[in-house]
Design a protein around this ligand. Sequence first.
Ligand SMILES: NC(=O)c1ccc[n+]([C@@H]2O[C@H](COP(=O)([O-])OP(=O)(O)OC[C@H]3O[C@@H](n4cnc5c(N)ncnc54)[C@H](OP(=O)(O)O)[C@@H]3O)[C@@H](O)[C@H]2O)c1
Length: 273
Amino acid sequence: MKELTLNNGVTIPQLGLGVFQVPPEETQRIVEDALEAGYRHIDTAAGYRNEAGVGAAIAASGIPREDIFVTTKLRNGEQGMAQEAFLNSRKALGLDYVDLYLIHWPVPSQGLFTQAWKEMERLYANSQIRAIGVSNFLPQHLDTLLESAEVVPAVNQIELHPSYQQAELATKCRSLGIAVEAYSPLGQGGDLNGNAVTSIAQAHNASTAQVVLAWHLASGSIVIPKSANPERIRENLAAASLTLTDEELAAITALESGARIGSDPAVAAFTQM
Ligand SMILES: NC(=O)c1ccc[n+]([C@@H]2O[C@H](COP(=O)([O-])OP(=O)(O)OC[C@H]3O[C@@H](n4cnc5c(N)ncnc54)[C@H](OP(=O)(O)O)[C@@H]3O)[C@@H](O)[C@H]2O)c1
């Protein structure tokens, strides 16, 4: 798997496994499957309640810790206690350090994300986290953060798939040296059935998911498809060896329709994540 270099020199496998909505009791088995299939990048969050399963799979795999890239995220309701929340995540994962720690949502109505970032900068300075970043940050949230930040976020993990590409935000991130990480990269399955994607898949004897993932990889984004199915887990990883033509990439880019699936980060204020 190709690795990308973040703005602090840390490298990250460009494609990883996301475990949102993977039930806690199934997480160890699914992550073990993924590690065996060759994944070396797992994306979890305190809010997914499955960090322990991710950690158990890593421990059981026998793969050296430094060969696996682990991301977890700070819950919205814990932005005022980021140090303690991080410690709880690290303990749940059973790890000495986390590779990437993200503010899960800005929750601008709380007015706490710059404070949380200061705490994350301290954890980063103390080598407990190899890179720190944000998720669901819109341009105005990045601007506010950067007014007082000492560390520029390494990553912004945002909803990004053919029908919802957030092109302006992605361009802004890249211009600031912030890597773009695409969540819900398959549109939670909804972007896999259109004519354009289906005919490109047929032309390459590939699956529609592989076509969409190959489009993400060609754009330079980090991508974290979720699957709880062993065959699809393998199928998604194999997208890394699929190369699309410029015309095919353009045909997928043309599928933008503004169809956001997730919450609007400008107003989202839920505390379960
Ligand atoms: N930061 C955030 O706020 C945020 C929000 C959402 C997601 N995320 C992250 O992004 C990851 C991925 O996003 P997501 O889970 O929302 O959506 P997604 O990866 O776009 O789609 C997952 C859905 O697609 C299906 N699927 C996966 N591979 C497939 C294939 N090859 N063929 C057909 N169907 C396939 C899965 O079903 P099966 O499991 O049955 O295969 C599941 O229903 C999450 O797990 C999480 O790590 C982050």
